[in-house]
Design a protein around this ligand. Structure first.
Ligand code: MF3
Ligand code: CO
Length: 256
């Protein structure tokens, strides 16, 4: 069953998502040459506390492992689930993704952005803008009466037009009372297939796109996912509400 949120649920979801977006925005500003991913993770921890929420990924369980970081911070060939490290210092030419998921009053907001550090090679900049456009194309399909496969197919079409590799092992997902709810939202698929979308569904749509091959592996820490060919990867995500009308992006920062 795909949860449909009530008006009350949505009031809290909107707040959780706005907080997740505000924390993400701040981290993107702090991401500069010379800063360690550990310091950025500590900043995420502090910002979440200041907004009276907690991280949905800190202590997240995978078998006997627990995720040790407050944000997922993934640099270059790290696809997702990177862990903050004191010896990982950002340098010019890097791309870094922050995946921020917050729990606020029992509801989860989930969003990710990839930012450029200093001078990034044009072909890597293209990867980032194509991933962003693929996400926009996917979001445009998140309409009542459409199916999950419409979102997937729109993303796939956009990514494959550039010849990039689509990560298959991880997907977007429903989000709300838990970080991962039904449905799974793969970044590839067939239009007109899968569950029908209804107003009140909240979906985390998140293309993970490799500049080279689609193949990935999990590193020795048991979490960090890397591209098999060592080429860069990009990840961008929004939490979106299906409405009677246009899709509504919930993960937009609080205006201050
Ligand atoms: N936002 C990520 C997701 O959509 C959160 C991963 S939490 C982790 O799955 F602990 F697995 F890193
Ligand atoms: Co997600």
């Amino acid at each position: 069953m795909i949860p449909v949120k009530s008006e009350r649920d949505l009031r809290i979801m909107r707040q959780s998502c706005a907080i997740a977006a505000t924390v993400l925005d701040r981290l993107c500003q702090l991401a500069q040459e010379g800063v360690s991913t550990w310091d950025l993770d500590q900043a995420a921890k502090k910002l979440m506390a200041e907004h009276s929420c907690r991280s949905a990924c800190y202590n997240y369980k995978n078998g006997r492992l627990r995720f040790p970081s407050y944000a997922c911070i993934s640099v270059n060939d790290e696809v997702i689930h990177g862990i903050g490290r004191k010896d990982r210092i950002l340098k010019s030419g890097d791309i870094v993704s922050f995946d921020i998921s917050t729990v606020y009053q029992g509801f989860v907001g989930d969003n990710t952005r990839t930012v450029l550090i200093g001078n990034v090679a044009p072909e890597v900049q293209n990867l980032v803008s194509a991933t962003d456009q693929a996400l926009r194309a996917g979001i445009a399909q998140a309409r009542a009466g459409n199916r999950v496969g419409d979102i997937s197919a729109a993303i796939q079409k956009h990514i494959e037009a550039h010849g990039y590799g689509i990560v298959r092992e991880f997907t977007g997902h429903g989000v709300g009372r838990s970080l991962h709810e039904e449905p799974q939202i793969p970044n590839y698929g067939k239009a007109g297939t899968g569950p029908v979308l209804k107003p009140g569904m909240t979906l985390a749509i998140e293309p993970m796109v490799n500049m080279g091959v689609e193949d990935i592996f999990v590193g020795d820490d048991g979490w960090t996912v890397y591209t098999a060919d060592g080429k860069p990867s990009c990840h961008i995500e929004h939490t979106v509400l299906v409405t009677h009308d246009e899709p509504e992006i919930l993960t937009l920062p609080i205006k201050e």
